[in-house]
Design a protein around this ligand. Structure first.
Ligand code: F0G
Length: 468
């Protein structure tokens, strides 16, 4: 079937302003060709992130009205706790305001300067929270993830061979915690197989290292296990999710993704001593442990979101939307990272715009052109985000890839919106040779992508390429 049947009706609408191409020129110039500096009301279709941008269900809005706002021991907390225990099996459940709060608190309790934390791939904030404590965040990306165009399965896996060799070489007591991110956001939202989850769990156990999942997109990972692994084909999704959580000692969850809420997070664990430390730090910086920096209504909406997210109809629709989007782009000849994940479709901008030298930021150039073409906001994951100027040599250091991430907010856009984005890409493909690169005019020393000012390259391409 060609039509993506969204398994919901729309009860509340949020109109967006339809801008003209000329208006978008002005908007982009004012934002210095940085889409983070564009106001959301000037965006027609916002695919910047799937984090906190989903639509809540009627039942979640109803829960908002019945949330208990008591400071201590609110009913909404106990309802959430019961849902999370049922889902994960973990004894201790702490609400936090979002994923990075869970990271800061958990690492603050467990990680010391000079130590190292392994993961399949740390998300930016996870890495930053490890490094903030003076520890090293070490990634073990599976080898099958290296080729962006290869439709290999389980590209989110952790490289067990490398992890094992690395663990064997670490001094005793220098690895305070082991992580695994499901799905693997840094590697295109690719899933982690149950076999890999088992292997990682066994390795961490063998070395006596507490194992925590970064489970922001646990439902999407469970869906891929159901779809791709014959062993789990006939197993209900909550059982698959539980099997993943059972392999670890706890988890951190940014509930802004598969919690189906606009704000919220969770930190869960089994160990009483860890839970005690977490509780004390939580009180210090987030709030009393039965609300953790959230309103009672947020807890109630999250409990309901977690009840809804493992609905196979919903996850099937999510896969159908991502598949529709990715396959139509591929048919146009747009180089799409394979296989597609559920939370986003990634375009390889270097492959689409080979005439733009990497120093001239092909990913950012493509993201800007997509905005000019269709009022669509995406995000560059490439040299603007991860590149930097080497202090010693003064030379620019480029990223491994220049990708454009087109995130799919949950239950927000319909097939028609996605068709609009596909049609915008069709136009871009027609005139791709004429798309120009960008120069950075101003940049911050850290996290430059968020505030950098850019402008289209001013001189003929050949001259700039030879200068770079
Ligand atoms: N872990 C993963 C895997 C994430 O993708 C994110 C956020 C976090 C942790 C941090 O959670 O934002 O609630 O504090 N990812 C968003 C994104 C921001 O756009 O991919 P947070």
């Amino acid at each position: 079937m060609k039509t993506v049947l969204e398994p919901f009706r729309i009860k509340a609408v949020e109109p967006f302003r339809i801008t003209t191409a000329a208006e978008r020129e002005t908007i982009l110039a004012k934002a210095h060709h940085n889409l983070f500096l564009v106001r959301a009301e000037d965006v027609m279709i916002d695919l910047l992130t799937d984090s906190g941008t989903g639509a809540m269900s009627a039942q979640q809005w109803a829960a908002i009205m019945t949330g208990d706002e008591s400071y201590a021991g609110c009913r909404s907390f106990y309802e959430l706790e019961a849902v999370v225990r049922d889902l994960t099996g973990y004894r201790h459940v702490f609400p936090v305001h979002q994923g990075r709060a869970a990271e800061r608190i958990l690492f603050g309790c467990m990680v010391m300067p000079g130590q190292a934390v392994p993961n399949n791939a740390h998300f930016d904030t996870t890495r930053a929270n490890v490094e903030f404590l003076g520890a090293a965040a070490v990634d073990f990306v599976a080898p099958q993830a290296a080729d962006l165009a290869a439709a290999a399965a389980w590209k989110g896996d952790l490289d067990l061979v490398k992890l094992e060799a690395w663990l064997a070489a670490q001094p005793k007591g220098s690895v305070p915690i082991g992580l695994l991110t499901i799905t693997n956001n840094r590697v295109g939202g690719q899933p982690v197989s149950m076999q890999n989850l088992r292997g990682v769990s066994a390795l961490y156990r063998r070395y006596g290292i507490p194992f925590f999942l970064d489970a922001a997109r646990f439902a999407e990972n469970a869906w891929w296990i159901h779809r791709l692994d014959p062993e789990w084909q006939n197993v209900p999704l909550p059982k698959i999710a539980r099997a993943m959580f059972d392999l670890a000692d706890g988890c951190m969850i940014s509930a802004k993704k598969d919690g189906l809420v606009n704000i919220g997070g969770l930190l869960c664990c089994n160990d009483d001593a860890v839970a005690n430390k977490v509780k004390n730090l939580l009180i210090l910086t987030e709030g009393f442990p039965t609300y953790g920096g959230l309103a009672g209504r947020d807890l109630a909406a999250l409990a309901q979101g977690l009840r809804e997210v493992l609905d196979p109809e919903y996850l099937h629709y999510r896969e159908a939307s991502a598949h529709y989007f990715a396959s139509h782009l591929s048919q146009l000849g747009v180089p799409v990272v394979q296989p597609f994940g559920l939370h986003a479709v990634y375009v390889d901008a270097r492959a689409m715009l080979p005439h733009i030298p990497v120093q001239q930021l092909p990913g950012q150039a493509l993201a800007c052109e997509l905005f000019l073409q269709g009022g669509v906001r995406s995000v560059e994951i490439g040299t603007l985000m991860f590149g930097y100027t080497d202090r010693a040599t003064g030379k620019p250091v480029v990223a491994d890839h220049d990708l454009v991430r087109l995130c799919l907010p949950r239950r927000v856009y319909t097939q028609s919106h996605i068709d609009w984005v596909i049609e915008s890409f069709a136009e871009l493909m027609q005139r791709r040779e004429h798309i120009r690169g960008l120069d950075i005019v101003e940049e911050a020393p850290l996290l430059r992508a968020f505030t950098a000012k850019l402008r289209p390259v001013q001189v003929p391409q050949g001259a700039v390429a030879s200068r770079a």
